[in-house]
Design a protein around this ligand. Structure first.
Ligand SMILES: [Ca+2]
Length: 194
């Protein structure tokens, strides 16, 4: 059993490195940093998408589309939770906002967002919005909650200095069996040595 646990930790470490490499952006554009932490909900991991504007530039509009096989949503008293508006009600159903997939913006506080599109389900979180105070420094766009072995994709578009810049990629932890296929012989060699 111990060997299995070590293997899983090892695979996770590799995947985290892989995710960080995948989100590396062109030098002249905003960048994404994805961090992960155990969610309050047992068995789930929260992935937070942090956006850093390119030096001296401003971000004035955002679109994000996140797709997963399984994505956790909390809708207290059937309230929508694409944005942060329902967070105050989550305690009433013994939930924590960190266990709901959502954009880290409130639709009216401090700015009234102009929302072009929004949707959420057990497999996606999507929104396109603007009319927030322009961002000139690092901010959190969204956090996505997946089963701890879940894998998902993102498609994010920011309007930075009036230029639309899109970045896409994958995040999460594939099942070890999937990782063996992805990593191929290198990992197999490591397993044999153990
Ligand atoms: Ca939600």
């Amino acid at each position: 059993m111990k060997k299995e646990t070590n293997m899983r930790t090892f695979v996770k470490a590799i995947v985290v490195i892989g995710v960080m490499a995948m989100v590396a952006a062109p030098a002249s554009a905003w960048t994404i940093t994805v961090t992960s932490a155990a969610a309050t909900a047992t068995g789930f991991t929260t992935y937070t998408f942090e956006i850093t504007p390119d030096g001296g530039k401003t971000i004035s509009s955002a679109e994000g589309d996140f797709q997963a096989t399984v994505m956790r949503q909390v809708n207290p008293f059937t309230l929508a939770s694409v944005f942060e508006d329902a967070n105050g009600a989550m305690g009433g159903v013994a939930e924590n906002p960190d266990s709901d997939s959502q954009f880290e913006f409130h639709t009216t506080i401090p700015d009234t967002l102009l929302i072009a599109a929004q949707s959420e389900s057990a497999t996606n979180l999507t929104a396109a919005f603007t009319s927030f105070a322009v961002k000139t420094s690092v901010f959190n766009l969204a956090h996505i909650v997946l089963p701890s072995d879940g894998l998902a994709s993102y498609d994010i578009l920011m309007v930075e200095d009036n230029e639309e810049i899109r970045q896409t990629g994958e995040f999460g932890i594939p099942e070890p069996a999937t990782m063996l296929v992805l990593l191929g012989g290198g990992l197999l060699a490591v397993i044999r040595r153990r």
